[in-house]
Design a binder for this molecule. Structure first.
Ligand code: SF4
Ligand code: SF4
Length: 256
C-alpha cells in the first residue's frame, strides 16, 4: 500500500530510543559520551530454510551460527544506543546536533529496514498529520521514494548482514554466551564504555579467527519454553537467575 509522509519535526523519534548501530557508529556514539548496549537473541535453527522463505533468509544473514547444547541456533546480536528521555544530541529546536553524521537508523525512520515488515503508521511515533500531507513516501511496490531514505535502508541492512561475523567475535571477547529466545525476549549486556570501545576497536582485525567455544545458554521467563528448549537438546535457564550480573532479560511477551 502506498504511503504519503512529511516529517513534522515533532522530535518524538529522538526520545527514549533503542537505536541500532553499526560497529563504526557504536564507536562514534561512545566517543561522544553515549551509552551502547549489546542485545542478544537466538533462534533455534535445526535446518536451513526453503530457498523461497525470504523472512528466514533475512534472519539468517543478520545472525551467526552457534550451538546450544545439542541444538543448532542462529544468534542475532545488535549494538544499541540507549537513552531515556531526549537523545543527548537533540537540540532545543528539535533539530539534531549531529545531523551530518547521525546514525543510519535515524536517517531510516519511519521507514522499515526489514523488507518483510510492512510500514504501519500505528506502530510509529509520528503524529497522524505526518501521514496526511507530503509527497509519496513508499509506492505500491514497497519502494522508498526518497533516495536518501532508500540509501539509508540499504546501508542499515547491508551493515547488519556484513557485521554478523564481527558481532560473533565481539561476543567471544566480551564473554557473552547467553541469549533470549527470539520473539520472547533479549538479553541486554551493559559493558563499561571503555571496555566496549577497546573490544570494538579490536573486532575488525580478529574477524578471521572466530571463536570455537560456541555453546550458548538460552534464556526464557516461561517454564513451558524452557521445557521445550531442553526437550530439543538446548541449554536453557530461567531469566530470574540473571539478576545483578551485568546483564538483564527484557521480555517482549507476558509471563505465563
Ligand atoms: S542522533 Fe539526532 S536524529 Fe538521531 S535520535 Fe539523536 S537527535 Fe535524533
Ligand atoms: S516522530 Fe516522525 S514526524 Fe516526528 S520528528 Fe520523528 S520522523 Fe518526524
Amino acid at each position: 500500500m502506498a504511503r504519503r509522509f512529511s516529517c513534522t519535526m515533532c522530535g518524538r523519534c529522538c526520545h527514549g530510543l533503542r537505536l541500532p548501530l553499526s560497529v563504526a557508529e557504536a564507536l562514534a556514539w561512545i566517543d561522544d559520551g553515549g551509552e551502547v548496549e549489546v542485545f542478544c537473541e537466538a533462534v533455534p535453527w535445526p535446518e536451513e530454510p526453503a530457498p523461497d522463505n525470504g523472512p528466514a533468509w533475512h534472519k539468517r544473514k543478520r545472525s551467526f551460527q552457534a550451538m546450544s547444547g545439542h541444538l543448532p541456533v542462529r544468534v542475532i546480536v545488535t549494538l544499541v544506543a540507549t537513552f531515556d528521555g531526549a537523545c543527548p544530541n537533540l537540540r532545543a529546536d528539535m533539530g539534531c546536533g549531529i545531523y551530518e553524521r547521525r546514525p543510519t537508523a535515524c536517517r531510516v525512520y519511519p521507514a522499515e529496514v526489514n523488507p518483510f515488515i510492512a510500514l504501519e503508521p500505528a506502530n510509529k511515533l509520528c503524529p497522524p498529520d505526518a501521514w496526511e500531507t507530503g509527497g509519496l513516501f513508499q509506492d505500491d511496490d514497497g519502494h522508498w521514494t526518497d533516495p536518501e531514505v532508500a540509501a539509508a535502508v540499504l546501508r542499515r541492512r547491508t551493515d547488519d548482514y556484513a557485521e554478523a561475523g564481527t558481532r560473533e567475535v565481539l561476543c567471544a571477547r566480551l564473554g557473552i554466551r547467553e541469549a533470549g529466545l527470539s520473539n520472547e525476549g533479549v538479553i541486554v549486556y551493559t559493558p563499561s564504555r571503555d571496555h566496549l570501545r577497546e573490544v570494538l576497536k579490536g573486532t575488525a582485525e580478529t574477524y578471521k579467527t572466530p571463536p570455537r567455544d560456541d555453546d550458548w545458554m538460552l534464556v526464557s521467563h516461561r517454564l513451558r519454553t524452557m521445557w521445550l528448549l531442553e526437550s530439543a537438546g538446548a541449554r536453557a535457564t530461567q531469566a530470574v537467575e540473571l539478576a545483578g550480573m551485568g546483564r538483564r532479560f527484557v521480555s517482549f511477551v507476558q509471563d505465563e
